[in-house]
Design a protein around this ligand. Structure first.
Ligand SMILES: [Zn+2]
Length: 268
């Protein structure tokens, strides 16, 4: 197949092949016809357009863990960038964009590097922050609240940004964590294709694990660009999700946390 003078190297099944296939490198079960060689589904070719839209609106259809294939990290990052570049070039090509244009020709590479090295780098457990814990020498017994942590993640249904704030709190069980590490945990789980509910729970569960306590609270208030820039195109609405564990399930503790969150942020 040749589109606008750019060969797409199409084999007889109508789907483009890759250098990886030519030189025998495995592509981790990812095939180019919507199914896979190792039985893992990689595309929803069984879904109707109506059902695809419905799932895009309905959250909570998946598990707490980000759905990943067991072989997700068999490919190294450089090879993933090469493959994504090739496939994104094909998407632009199909849309009819002139990839010889100076402004566009670097876009496939830029997008591929951005996906792997930046906005989806939190898929890789190797990038997970390893918070250092300290003894609670001050015997500080009250809740610690870190509020207004910026959240920048991507809707896994539409691959457009979700932007907002999170507020996290914990009550020490004897250990304390560096403040910036709370931000790092939020950042790590945000750098994935996400639904807001799962992101909230993943942050809460990780903080419980690290801090060895159930006394953890997380709130996220965020705007979904898939809601504001397409579909219903509501630029005003935002989505709030929360997770309350341990003492935060008690009304008085929860209300104290919510009071702190509601206070205007200080400016310095
Ligand atoms: Zn969406």
């Amino acid at each position: 197949m040749k589109l606008n003078g750019i060969s797409s190297n199409t084999p007889s099944n109508g789907h483009s092949s890759t250098d990886a296939q030519h030189d025998g490198r495995a592509t981790n079960g990812v095939s180019h016809n919507g199914s896979s060689v190792d039985g893992h589904s990689v595309a929803c070719d069984c879904l109707t357009d109506e059902l695809v839209d419905e799932i895009g609106d309905a959250h909570g259809t998946s598990s707490i863990d980000t759905p990943m294939r067991p072989d997700a990290f068999n490919l190294d990052d450089d090879f993933k960038i090469d493959l994504i570049e090739e496939h994104f070039r094909e998407i632009m090509n199909i849309l009819g964009l002139d990839l010889t244009d100076d402004s566009l020709k670097g876009s496939p590479r830029r997008v591929a590097k951005m996906y792997v090295n930046e906005i989806f780098s939190g898929l890789n457990p190797a990038n997970k922050p390893t918070p250092t814990l300290f003894d609670n020498k001050f015997r500080y017994k009250e809740m610690l609240v870190e509020k207004d942590i910026i959240v920048q993640t991507y809707c896994e249904h539409h691959f457009v940004p979700i932007i907002g704030k999170s507020h996290v709190a914990y009550i020490s069980s004897g250990k304390v964590i560096g403040l910036s590490k709370l931000n790092r945990v939020v950042e790590y789980f945000s750098k994935r294709p996400q639904v807001q509910e799962r992101l909230t729970i993943q942050i809460a569960e990780e903080l419980k694990r690290v801090l060895e306590t159930d006394d953890v609270a997380v709130i996220i208030d965020a705007k979904h660009l898939c809601v504001s820039t397409r579909g219903v195109r509501d630029i005003n609405s935002s989505t709030i999700t929360s997770s309350y564990g341990g003492k935060f399930e008690e009304e008085a503790t929860r209300q104290e946390f919510l009071r702190y969150v509601a206070q205007p942020s200080i400016t310095i």
